[in-house]
Design a protein around this ligand. Structure first.
Ligand SMILES: [Zn+2]
Length: 273
């Protein structure tokens, strides 16, 4: 299982990612400067069954409570951290992980957010677990802290990457893009293509050669440009170029499977493991 994952990482990025096992699930871990730790989970090796098989980490999945609890426990044990999974709403809000936990303790429903910052001084006992099935995970690392964000097309056009960078204590110096729907598969309507072209230039839109076919958007390139606006050079954006639609055997895909499916995660924490 881990060999299949390793083989599909783009050749350019292969040396900068490790594939390792968390319990029985293979995960993809980029090589990052100390003290930043991140990995992307796969759908393999967990305890969920049916449409959710098998490493579903979304506790909002109907009928999946005990399997998801068990799957999440494996991440908590591996990281040695308490897991924080905010309600994600395709918005632009980014908050500190400990701040989110404090809000969770203080009120029944803390405001949703689509990004968390992790500072070793403030959030060292926490691991951010953001959930995905085609949307784009992005991690920004700076001198002191890091940010992790959930980028659907609305978030990326709206500026979630820039919001994540701005929420950090200093400018980010490197970024990681996780498994997500690729330019091979992300067909969109003309309206969405137009929004991306307006915001990031025609380079992020792939127009079909034949008249009438749907355009495709390159979310990976848009996120790379967005990170660039925050000061991250292209050479310091790690991207395994793993499309969740093309690799539906390894990852969950809303496009392929519809609303009843699981979620894989971007797991991020700071400090020595
Ligand atoms: Zn694809």
């Amino acid at each position: 299982m881990s060999a299949a994952l390793a083989e599909r990482i783009s050749h350019e990025a292969r040396a900068r990612f490790a594939v390792r096992m968390v319990g029985s699930t293979p995960v993809l871990e980029p090589v990052l400067p100390v003290p930043f730790r991140v990995y992307f989970t796969t759908r393999l090796g967990g305890g969920s069954v049916g449409a959710f098989a098998s490493m579903n980490l979304d506790h909002r999945s109907a009928g999946e409570d005990s399997a998801v609890d068990d799957n999440r426990r494996r991440i908590a044990v591996d990281t040695g951290r308490r897991l924080v999974s905010p309600e994600q709403v395709h918005g632009l809000r980014v908050v500190g992980a400990a701040e989110y936990v404090a809000a969770e303790r203080g009120v029944a429903d803390p405001a949703p957010c689509d990004g968390l910052t992790l500072n070793p001084m403030l959030d060292g006992d926490l691991a951010a677990v953001l959930l995905f099935a085609d949307c784009l995970p992005i991690v920004l690392c700076g001198e002191v802290d890091m940010a992790v964000a959930h980028g659907g097309w609305r978030g990326i056009v709206g500026g979630i990457v820039q919001q994540a960078g701005a929420a950090m204590t200093g400018p980010p110096g490197s970024a990681v893009i996780g498994p997500s729907i690729g330019p091979c598969c992300f067909t969109v309507g003309q309206d969405v293509a137009g929004l991306f072209a307006e915001r990031f230039g025609e380079g992020v839109v792939l127009r079909p050669k034949e008249e009438g076919g749907p355009p495709r958007v390159d979310l990976w390139e848009a996120a790379t440009l967005a990170a660039g606006e925050m000061g991250v050079p292209r050479s310091r954006v790690l991207n395994p170029r793993l499309c969740t639609v093309c690799n539906n055997d390894l990852f969950y895909s809303y496009r392929v499977e519809g609303p009843v499916t699981g979620r894989h995660a971007c797991v991020a924490w700071t400090g020595a493991a």
